[in-house]
Ligand binder design. Structure first.
Ligand SMILES: [Zn+2]
Length: 471
């Protein structure tokens, strides 16, 4: 940083609108950086998203998704009943969490709450840790009744196999993971804000980028084992067949792992996580009871993700998005109006904090450096992630459809694909007829009937017998 950093920092932390001249420079630069990074996200998404996952003309036109073709009326009724049972806790939980953090972040309540929980620890880093842990815990507690409600619905429908104590342990573990990730991120961020009051967004954007890549890379070995035990798929015909299929596909796979998902759920799933040396294909142990060709159909889908490096591209987009968001965050967190609204003195004076050197605990970096601004920060982060979710879902559904097309190309067996999708939908009690809001907010995958319709399209395009209705 330049030597004029401190002086410029003072000029800005004096509050009031930044005047023309050098004080505005970092804001303009941050705005340009945010615009460039978001443009890069848009460009990568536009260029790498398979907007047409099944290219080519379908003889006779596209098949329409129609649950009544393949699902019995009892299955459809059960899916509907489950949907109307899980929606209320899902929507109210989302709304309550959002409203709570927005109230805490955009009114003085959040900074007062942080002031209240951090009156004792005098050290700045300790106040950041306490504030982060307290706020994330408060938010989790507010969501807990809705999570219990959801879990009791899963239990009623036989999807959950957990005891309540085991479920609670899961919640605590997940809260622990949140504490670790948020605490590390916020300690680094607030150290940067204090050290470089006017250009912290450069370091934050670079650090955020690196942190997203790092977390995505170590997630399979650092976080997943907190929740599940993994073992290699046992030697035998299934393993040999899957490894041979991967080889045929030209995807180097060293191992197929099995997760002990049955300790928690009866639902079926498989996934790819990590990249490079941490990349793995994981099957839920619940899946292993399915007929072998169906498991192959699922693994062929996962190979599609591996072959296209979907995790790596997703990580890159996430990292660029976070970097852009941190530049935007700088613009918002240094806005005197927003800070005042959040009950934080834009000049950085911190009446609630004990401070041996008497310069205010925030001191350099202005109000943004005050740990009481963490509520505002979390509110902005939550608003950002909520707004980004529908975009992520639209892109994710296309990527999932491409992995389906890959599975069909690899297995050339649309009939088994359809029977597997049917089994997935029935076992997981998936929504067979999602409405627009559900597509927008929740659906990372096309619905079962969407996926089945695409398999029929694929069959007609490749002159393979189209799978007849299952029902
Ligand atoms: Zn997938």
């Amino acid at each position: 940083m330049s030597e004029t950093e401190a002086d410029e920092g003072r000029a800005e932390t004096a509050g009031g609108p930044p005047g023309p001249g050098p004080a505005r420079r970092p804001r303009i630069a941050a705005a340009i950086a945010a615009a460039v990074l978001f443009a890069a996200v848009a460009a990568v998404l536009a260029l790498t998203t398979p907007w047409n996952p099944l290219p080519g003309r379908v003889p006779g036109g596209h098949a329409k998704a129609d649950p009544s073709l393949d699902f019995t009326s009892a299955e459809i009724a059960r899916s509907r009943a489950f949907d109307s049972a899980v929606n209320p806790p899902a929507y109210t939980g989302l709304a309550v969490g959002l409203v709570l953090i927005l109230i805490l972040g955009l009114t003085p309540l959040g900074s007062r709450f942080i002031g209240w929980v951090t009156t004792r620890p005098h050290r700045r880093w300790l106040r950041i840790i306490v504030a982060t842990v307290a706020l994330t815990t408060l938010l989790r507690l507010a969501g807990l009744p809705f999570d219990i409600w959801s879990e009791s619905v899963l239990r009623r429908y036989g999807l959950s196999t957990q005891s309540w104590p085991a479920w609670l342990v899961d919640q605590l573990k997940s809260l622990g993971v949140t504490w670790v990730i948020y605490t590390i991120a916020l300690l680094l961020l607030y150290a940067l804000i204090r050290r470089f009051p006017r250009y912290w967004w450069t370091g934050a954007a670079a650090g955020g980028f690196v942190l997203v890549v790092l977390v995505s890379f170590i997630y399979p070995v650092a976080v997943e084992p907190v929740f599940n035990k993994f073992h290699s798929l046992e030697r035998g015909p299934l393993r040999s067949e899957l490894m041979a299929m991967a080889q045929r596909d030209g995807v180097p796979v060293e191992d197929v792992l099995v997760a002990d998902a049955s300790r928690r759920t009866t639902s079926l799933n498989a996934y790819v996580s990590g990249f490079g040396s941490t990349r793995r294909i994981v099957l839920y142990d619940t899946l292993l009871k399915s007929p072998r060709p169906r498991i192959e159909s699922i693994v062929a889908h996962e190979l599609g993700h591996a072959k296209r490096d979907d995790v790596l591209w997703g990580t890159l987009v996430g990292a660029l998005g976070i970097a852009g968001a941190l530049c935007l965050l700088y613009l918002l967190m240094t806005s005197p109006r927003l800070l005042r609204r959040a009950g934080v003195d834009p000049g950085g004076a911190d009446p609630g904090g004990a401070d041996p050197d008497g310069a205010g605990t925030a001191g350099r970096g202005g109000g943004a450096a005050d740990p009481r601004s963490i509520a505002l920060l979390l509110a902005l982060v939550t608003a950002g992630t909520t707004l980004a979710a529908p975009v992520q879902n639209v892109v994710s559904r296309r990527i999932e459809a491409r992995a389906d097309a890959h599975a069909l190309n690899l297995t050339r067996d649309p009939a088994t694909f359809v029977s597997m999708q049917h089994e997935l939908s029935v076992r997981n009690i998936s929504d067979l007829n999602p409405d627009a809001m559900e597509y927008l907010l929740w659906l990372t995958h096309p619905s079962g009937p969407d996926r089945i319709a695409m398999a029929r399209d694929w069959a007609r395009m490749h002159h393979v017998q189209a799978p007849p209705p299952l029902h």
